[in-house]
Design a protein around this ligand. Structure first.
Ligand SMILES: Cc1cc2nc3c(=O)[nH]c(=O)nc-3n(C[C@H](O)[C@H](O)[C@H](O)COP(=O)(O)OP(=O)(O)OC[C@H]3O[C@@H](n4cnc5c(N)ncnc54)[C@H](O)[C@@H]3O)c2cc1C
Length: 485
């Protein structure tokens, strides 16, 4: 019997296994398919490869502006998908997860088929073999939701995109959260006609409005048609070479014809095969129910990563994997809530966020305590130099504590830029300390300094003459700093 058995070889499971071994437990990890999870095989890595190709296409649009002469590239979709697959293998080779885990002393059973509990301390694997453990960490991740409606079998999910034979000339993407928006963005860059359908009133509805609006405006400029506030999808019918998708908008039923329909409408947990009831593990809304110490309703079973539905990101899955392994191995109940989680999407333009949205910040600290600066990318010299002046950075701070509550960035390298704010939040920096950093010039990250310096002025943290304050003064500029005295 192993001391800890981990189900799932994605980011959460692998980190849980390594940490449990570091703490001296005997560990087995079972994975039904390839090691690496959604992240390597079906999510972040292949999506990022497509985003990279889309980026190269877009860069080529600037050739003539910079005096470069050459033919604009055409997309060979089959070769691109081939490259995508090769990069997935390369990342698998580079990571060598199985070898790494075995070197650490963990037993790895990959390609094992679905594992499911037969009783509280025993799992049955796909081939019928059994494995037993004193404790378990469930890291089984999730999968793309497939909706049931007439003709739903014609619809694809992101997983089907990696094996498409040709680039579709027209695509309807249903669902405008992170995955839907990324797919819409890359298909549009490759030249497909893209329609993006969303039930909510705005795209990227979980993000701050500055992000939703910035991405929606840029999508519209790129010819992506956005249809928000739809009632739902009714059916898909095959009409010759095309698919006819019917959806409701108010009382009307409308139709769109396209070569492909891609659903990006949710990410339920992989719980069906686990037979969690046999171990006394409860679920809530389809996800494994855990407390902040990642304990399930069964005292010896923990869960981490997407399967808990708490925060569906790699960085959060690895954090949770480590915490669950520690609590399982040490018998402790250290708890944690995700508060500072920089994340974003590789759309064109990129977006990145951390902390509270303005709406949430107002709810939490009150409107009077919320100070907000929004600085356009056009104020950055680097934006002009690179020909990417579109976008904005919104920085939100508490007037009373001067701590940073959140940042929301849409524009070039936004996902990288937002990490600086996350580091500042993690270090508990006040806005004037952020404003005083000597950030490298000319960079996109400098936009954070600009926003911080604007707030420092707005909050009266830097001495200025009353007459200057009363005049319609310019905002912060890239070359000025505050008085450090
Ligand atoms: C298109 C797309 C793009 C994404 N891009 C990003 C990004 O850019 N950045 C980011 O942070 N996140 C991104 N994500 C999310 C990220 O992939 C997940 O948050 C992350 O992989 C979660 O890790 P996990 O270990 O919890 O689950 P997973 O990575 O899903 O791993 C779970 C593993 O458990 C295995 N398993 C499931 N059931 C069983 C069973 N019964 N028995 C045995 N094994 C089982 C699965 O085969 C899988 O390997 C993206 C997701 C998608 C879909």
């Amino acid at each position: 019997m192993f001391e800890i058995v981990i189900i799932g070889g994605g980011p959460a499971g692998v980190t849980a296994a390594l940490r449990a071994r570091e703490l001296g437990a005997s560990v087995a990890l079972v994975e039904r398919g390839n090691m690496g999870g959604t992240c390597t095989n079906d999510g972040c890595v292949p999506t990022r490869v497509l985003a990279r190709a889309a980026r190269l296409v877009r860069d080529a649009e600037q050739f003539t502006d910079y005096g470069l002469v050459g033919e604009p590239p055409r997309v060979d979709f089959a070769r691109l998908l081939n490259r995508t697959q090769r990069i997935v293998y390369e990342i698998q080779e580079k990571k060598q997860l199985r070898r790494q885990l075995e070197t650490a002393g963990a037993s790895v059973l990959d390609q094992a088929g679905d594992a499911g509990f037969v009783d509280g301390h025993t799992l049955a694997l796909g081939d019928g073999s059994l494995i037993s453990g004193e404790k378990f960490v469930v890291c089984a991740g999730g999968h793309a939701r497939r909706m049931e409606f007439p003709g739903s079998g014609h619809a694809l999910t992101h997983s089907d995109v990696w094996t498409m034979e040709n680039l579709p000339s027209s695509v309807v993407v249903v669902g405008a959260a992170a995955t839907g928006c990324q797919l819409a963005s890359v298909f549009a860059a490759f030249g497909s006609r893209v329609r993006l359908l969303e039930v909510a009133p705005r795209i990227l509805g979980g993000e701050d409005e500055v992000v939703s609006r910035g991405v929606a405006d840029a999508f519209a400029r790129r010819g992506i048609e956005i249809l928000t506030g739809i009632g739902g999808v009714e059916r898909i019918e095959k009409e010759g070479e095309l698919l006819r998708l019917s959806y409701t908008q108010g009382d009307e039923v409308r139709t769109i014809d396209a070569e492909a329909v891609v659903l990006a409408v949710g990410w339920p947990a992989n719980v069906d095969a686990l037979n969690l009831a046999a171990a006394g593990v409860e679920t809530s809304r389809g996800y494994v129910l855990v407390d902040d110490a990642l304990r399930t309703s069964a005292p010896h079973v923990f869960a981490a990563g997407d399967v808990t539905g708490r925060m569906m990101l790699v960085q959060s899955a690895t954090y949770e994997g480590t915490l669950a392994a520690e609590n399982a191995s040490l018998g402790e109940a250290r708890d944690y809530r995700h508060a500072i989680v920089p994340h974003g999407g590789f759309t064109d333009p990129e977006y990145g966020s951390v902390g509270l949205t303005e709406r949430r910040a107002i709810d939490e600290v009150g409107e009077e305590d919320c100070a907000v600066a929004t600085v356009p990318y056009a104020d950055l010299d680097r934006g002009v130099i690179d020909g990417h002046p579109d976008g904005a950075c919104k920085l939100i701070v508490s007037r009373s504590s001067r701590r940073i509550l959140g940042a929301h960035i849409v524009g070039e390298q936004a996902v990288e830029v937002v990490q600086l704010v996350a580091a500042a939040m993690g270090a508990g920096m006040r806005v004037e300390q952020l404003a005083d950093l000597e950030l490298a010039y000319p960079t996109f990250t400098a936009i954070v300094g600009l926003a911080a310096r604007q707030l420092v002025r707005d909050l009266g943290l830097v001495p200025v003459s009353p007459r200057w304050r009363a005049s319609s003064r310019p905002g912060a500029t890239e070359w000025e700093h505050n008085d450090r005295s």
